[in-house]
Write a protein that binds this ligand. Structure first.
Ligand code: C2G
Length: 130
């Protein structure tokens, strides 16, 4: 089995999320997704996601391209998660370029181009303004 692992908040799911998950899955034959916890998001972005972690997990789990989902409790545990899931590839969007290069001692590290012109924060702003 060639396991690919990726991480994200995946709040207010949009096509950019689907694109990266489908492209990540195509790098192997089993895709494991670490969905970041509400607490981790608050620490990272000083706000809670719109959708709660259990709902975000349920949504991501329901996607055809996703095989397994767990909650990412800390940004610092990536090496442990990679080993635990025996991942051979880590995929991240290129907004994280360079940030996880040190993990190449455990698996291949790939940064894929983000989908332009769509983001959760922009969707939140649009909805607020309606
Ligand atoms: N993404 C993308 N194109 C967009 C928006 C997002 O390819 N237009 C990708 C991001 O690059 C990321 C994934 O979708 O790889 C999830 O994005 P976020 O939910 O914004 O995740 P983030 O808050 O960056 O959390 O441990 C790392 C974090 O958990 C990543």
């Amino acid at each position: 089995m060639n396991t690919v692992i990726t991480f994200g908040t995946f709040d207010v799911l949009h096509v950019g999320h689907i694109n990266i998950l489908e492209r990540a899955r195509a790098k192997g034959d089993h895709l494991v997704v670490g969905v970041s916890s509400d607490k981790l998001n608050f620490e990272k972005k000083a706000r809670y996601p719109v959708y709660k972690e259990n709902d975000r997990v349920k949504i991501i789990k329901s996607l055809r391209c996703v095989d397994q989902v767990f909650i990412e409790e800390s940004l610092e545990l990536k090496a442990e998660y990679i080993k635990q899931h025996q991942a051979s590839v880590l995929v991240m969007g290129d907004d994280w370029k360079g940030r996880f290069d040190h993990l190449s001692e455990f698996c291949e590290v790939l940064y894929l181009a983000r989908t332009p012109s769509v983001s959760t924060s922009e969707i939140i702003e649009i909805v607020k303004s309606i």
